[in-house]
Design a protein around this ligand. Structure first.
Ligand code: GLN
Length: 453
């Protein structure tokens, strides 16, 4: 049953939820999806969501459910409040069913850096789901009952897992959706977005969570722009070249199909793509390293018996509870912000970011959309990941960090299967044009037959 049908048809919520939680427990056992599952849910068939199940990525605070952003340092922390997106969903009688697995604080591309176990890809459990919102994507692909997922992206954490799990994922314009109650990764990059099996689902949830929030002064006063027709598409050759041949071919075939339906496509060059990853990782790690300073074993989550002075105590807690990737990023980010290096690294990266935004803006003078593969390859096997160095792992984000640096809305949609695994394209539009992206996805959507789990 689709989300749109759930909202239209007669549904008896009590028996629906009984069936749903039975199913969720089975899926969780098979694929490892949840950090925490809701208990005793109750709702009614009123409001815009009429009791619809919505899952939340672990970094989004939900009153009464563990909210740990995938980190052991927040183990057992249960917020006494809801994030703004969550309270908006609850106001419309959406039901938060649980908290989904992610890479610790969003640090990762495969969802293997989680403090609470690794979710598996429903298309092939020997493969990763993508990250960092891996649990959200895997749940969306695996659950054959109506559901929408709240996810979050800093540099591709919605696009990547959505693509590798074959679902739709929308990362909105920076500032469209409130970040109040989101456990930060990098404040100038973080966006809460949505995942669904159908583009209609993205629209339903986005309209509820979007809009100015006085609790988050970085939310914009601007509104979602009406859909309009997005029909002139730019395909950057640097993005095509970054993908492996079978993925590139699948994307080219899809482009031909678009052309045969009257869409204008043109290959262009985005000269700054080579700077996307260095600028992104410098900014993201710099901001992350300051954000993580508050986890010192005294305020939230993990604690130890106090011994030694403050420095000794918090070093002990942080060494014990942060994962390896979090430590790597704290060191990298702290280094890039050190007096003497700040101008050379962090501030330089901010200047490069401004140039990257300008380059995208120039493209949007002539085109409505930018199309690229979402990920350069198919979802890797877990056994292949250990052979990748951290740098090689970061390079997998080459196609997704650009739109995130520029705060541009982007949508990932599946275009078919290769060797039984989903392939996705990423469509990027000008700021505030998410409804246009969704219209485009509705028009050209390719229905996948999801695997039975
Ligand atoms: N893979 C990227 C990173 O590790 C993006 C993650 C994200 O968007 N949270 O930074």
């Amino acid at each position: 049953m689709k989300v749109a049908d759930f909202l239209k048809e007669e549904i008896e919520l009590e028996s629906f939820y009984e069936k749903l939680f039975k199913r969720l427990k089975i899926l969780d056992k098979k694929l490892n999806l949840f950090v925490d599952l809701a208990k005793d849910v109750r709702s009614e068939r009123t409001g815009k969501l009429k009791g619809l199940p919505v899952s939340a990525k672990d970094c989004i605070c939900v009153k009464g459910l563990q909210s740990s952003a995938g980190s052991k340092i927040l183990n057992g922390w249960i917020p006494p409040f809801d994030a703004t997106v969550v309270s908006r969903i609850k106001q419309e009688n959406g039901v938060i069913i649980g908290k989904t697995h992610q890479d610790e604080f969003g640090f990762g591309t495969f969802c293997v850096n989680s403090g609470y176990g690794v979710p598996k890809n429903p298309w092939d459990p020997e493969r990763c789901c993508g990250g960092s919102s891996g649990g959200a994507a895997a749940l969306t692909a695996a659950l054959d009952l109506p559901h929408l997922a709240l996810a979050q992206s800093t540099g591709g954490s919605i696009s990547c897992p959505a693509s590798w799990c074959g679902v739709f994922g929308l990362t909105p314009t920076y500032g469209l959706v409130s970040r109040w109650g989101l456990i930060d990764y990098a404040n100038s990059l973080d966006k809460i977005g949505v995942m669904a099996r159908e583009p209609e689902g993205l629209e339903i949830l986005l309209k509820i969570i979007a809009g100015r929030d006085d609790l988050d002064p970085t939310t914009a006063l601007s509104h979602l722009e009406p859909a309009g027709k997005l029909k002139r598409i730019a395909v950057p050759k640097e993005y095509l070249e970054a993908a492996e041949e079978p993925v590139r071919k699948a994307v080219r075939d899809f482009c031909q199909k678009l052309e045969s339906e009257g869409i204008e496509l043109q290959e262009i060059s985005l000269k700054l793509v080579k700077y996307h990853l260095p600028a992104y990782y410098l900014i993201a790690c710099s901001e992350a390293s300051t954000n993580l300073a508050k986890y010192c074993g005294m305020r939230y989550g993990a604690e130890e018996d106090i011994s030694g002075d403050f420095n000794e105590y918090f070093s002990e807690v942080r060494s014990k509870y942060f994962g390896e990737e979090a430590k790597r990023r704290i060191i990298l980010g702290t280094f890039a912000r050190l007096a003497g290096y700040r101008d050379r690294y962090y501030l330089k990266a901010l200047q490069v970011r401004a140039e990257i935004i300008k380059e995208y803006k120039t493209v949007f003078k002539h085109f409505d959309l930018i199309l690229s593969p979402t990920m350069p390859c198919l979802p890797p096997r877990f056994s292949e990941l250990s052979a990748l160095s951290p740098l090689q792992q970061y390079q997998m984000d080459i196609l997704t960090v650009g739109p995130n640096l520029a705060g541009l809305p982007h949508l990932t949609m599946p275009i078919g299967l290769l060797k039984g695994l989903p392939v996705g394209i990423q469509l990027t539009a000008e700021h505030w044009k998410e409804l246009g992206l969704i219209e485009f996805a509705k028009r050209f959507q390719v229905e996948l037959k999801y695997p039975e789990v």
